[in-house]
Design a protein around this ligand. Sequence first.
Ligand code: IMP
Ligand code: MG
Length: 190
Amino acid sequence: MIPTSPSHSLQLLISRQEIQKRVSVLAREISLDYENRPLTLLGVMTGSLFFLTDLMRHLAIPHQVGVIQASSYQGHSTEPGELRTNLDYLPDLQNRSILLVDDILDTGQTLACLQSELSNLTRQEISHAVLLWKKSRTETGIEPDYLGFEIDDHFVVGYGLDYADDYRHLPDIHTLSFFPNRTSRRGGTD
Ligand code: IMP
Ligand code: MG
């Protein structure tokens, strides 16, 4: 059930059925591309939680998995701030082909920074899989190697994506709109 709020409302953007269909197609592509390579998925927490586990369920090849913590939305905001990362709990990446898995490519700051931090740890090529791409906002020249859906410049929640740490649990993806003349766009995500 979708909770209600006095400051904003949610509208369905992508249904759980559309997400599952698209994720299984992506998993098929990745399974073919990495058939003879030792694949490690690195999920960018916390937003990629659902996408990562659904991809894992659909992959037809053996793979390893690790997580990275990255957060650019501090406190209550829908605009990114300073990026904080934690790569302390990575599995051994020696001779592994790396696929970074994230919920959404927005400005591209997160993936560009993680790519550069990871390239200090491994010489292996690093590819990206993202569920959503706000292409019009991306400034870093990063393009996803595997993409679920390109979307317009909306703030979105559900399927792992949050606003003020809420709504991650929703199985569908929704746009979040603020009511006019109410308190500012306050919320906060990572
Ligand atoms: P980027 O560094 O600007 O590309 O932002 C990437 C990160 O910001 C994503 O991994 C998300 O965690 C978060 N983010 C960007 N846009 C949204 C959104 O619309 N809803 C929720 N989180 C978002
Ligand atoms: Mg994220």
